[in-house]
Design a binder for this molecule. Sequence first.
Ligand code: SF4
Ligand code: SF4
Length: 87
Amino acid sequence: MAKSLIVKPNSALKNKTGSWRTFRPEILLDACIGCGTCAKVCPEGTIALAKINGQTKARINYDYCKGCGICAAECPVKAIIMKPETK
Ligand code: SF4
Ligand code: SF4
């Protein structure tokens, strides 16, 4: 039987998607208000909130970020910028 090329749902944590990126999101920590919108909309679930110097900020796990830009588009204070990936 032929092997399926379709990736199983919810398999992102097994399949690192970071190498797919042509653009890389960067969080402007001074601007981030820690609202968590980016973490909710990221299709890879690769953004988490963390305490940095006592303030809640977004943090991206680049092993799984595929550079889709949804987080940057949805951030209410434009605290995420997309930059060309340099590898
Ligand atoms: S959506 Fe923007 S302001 Fe909200 S946590 Fe993410 S980066 Fe910070
Ligand atoms: S660019 Fe896409 S995959 Fe990467 S952190 Fe933002 S929403 Fe998630």
